[in-house]
Design a binder for this molecule. Structure first.
Ligand SMILES: [Zn+2]
Ligand SMILES: [Zn+2]
Length: 161
């Protein structure tokens, strides 16, 4: 059994919450993935394993996992949350999010970490975690000819032309 499942079990016990097989299976899906999973993704994975677990249980389990600190919750502006194992391959990483196909690409940057440390140190701040999300079009979508549709106000100068 994954050491993360054991940590999750311990958390559930400490919180006085029932340690159920269903919760462990849901947690196992997230711990075995390096993706940024939506509730639908988790549901599909469970179906693939032949597990019949209701959405309410999945939501509740994800809520507990986020509170435990084992899983990070993301809102990439898609109208739903995505979840990621916080102790995956790249513990500290940044995100590139494609606004066309929703692909999330991770990268690591010593420069970003340096900025974090410097900006914090200058202000006597102790950084714990940070979040950098870059939105745009992935290379596949650009190759498919997708262009960015600007949503918002048009520059007044344009309106005069
Ligand atoms: Zn894309
Ligand atoms: Zn990530």
């Amino acid at each position: 059994m994954s050491p993360f499942i054991q940590l999750f079990r311990r958390y559930l016990r400490e919180q006085g919450l029932p340690v159920t097989q269903q919760r462990e299976v849901v947690a196992d899906v997230v711990f075995n993935s390096l993706e940024h999973l939506s509730i639908e993704d988790i549901e599909a994975d469970l179906k693939g394993r032949g597990e019949r677990i209701g959405k309410a249980t999945i939501y509740r389990t994800m809520e507990i996992l986020v509170r435990s600190g084992l899983v990070e919750e993301h809102d990439f502006g898609e109208g739903f949350k995505r979840y990621e194992h916080r102790f995956g391959q790249q513990p500290v990483h940044e995100h590139l999010i494609c606004t066309s196909c929703s692909k999330v690409t991770e990268f690591q940057s010593p420069e970003v970490l340096r900025v974090r440390e410097e900006a914090s140190a200058m202000r006597g701040f102790r950084p714990v975690r940070h979040r950098l999300e870059i939105y745009g079009l992935c290379s596949d979508c650009q190759a498919r000819g997708v262009t960015v549709s600007y949503q918002g106000l048009t520059c007044p100068v344009d309106l005069m032309n």
